[in-house]
Design a protein around this ligand. Structure first.
Ligand SMILES: [Cu+2]
Length: 167
């Protein structure tokens, strides 16, 4: 195989690899510019923040906080309601923390530092699949698979054309 055709083959692989990572997902910074902390004036801050957003499987939640001042624990609904972390699903204590929403249904997050959750540092989000399904525990495929496929196929054709030209 000549140098040119090896280069073309490499190009095809690069194109294919890059299209596989183009699934669209949204990263939401929890609390926006306020970040993840004890709300000072509005104890419903995180409820209000989540209210006007639609979260879909594959989206990320970015919890911005200073390590050692807060943490992020994913808990069960009773844990969220009572601000206890006895049923902790996961806990991250090094800020910032990025959590990918992998399942549909409700997700609950609290800060386990004493007094923080009762003061409002708690977040509940409802995660939907692309079709709007919120049945708990359903794993849905990444978004925009169909459109990515179209892009991939057209890029493969362009790559083949390049390959032919180079030979
Ligand atoms: Cu905290």
């Amino acid at each position: 195989m000549g140098r040119k055709s090896s280069m073309a083959t490499a190009a095809v692989f690069v194109v294919l690899a890059s299209t596989l990572t183009t699934y669209a997902s949204t990263t939401y910074t929890v609390g926006d510019s306020i970040g993840w902390q004890v709300p000072t004036s509005n104890s419903n801050l995180y409820d209000d923040w989540a209210d006007n957003k639609t979260f879909v499987v594959g989206d990320d939640l970015l919890f911005k906080f200073i390590t050692g001042e807060h943490d992020v624990a994913e808990v069960t609904e009773p844990g969220y309601d009572a601000c206890t972390n006895t049923d902790t699903i996961s806990i991250d204590n090094k800020g910032p923390v990025k959590i990918t929403l992998k399942r549909t249904g409700d997700h609950y997050f609290i800060c386990t530092y004493p007094g923080h959750c009762p003061a409002g540092q708690k977040l509940k989000v409802q995660v939907r699949s692309e079709t709007g399904d919120t049945t708990p525990g359903v794993l849905s495929p990444p978004r925009n698979v169909a459109s990515s496929l179209v892009v991939t196929i057209s890029l493969v054709f362009v790559s083949i054309a390049t390959f032919v030209l180079l030979c």
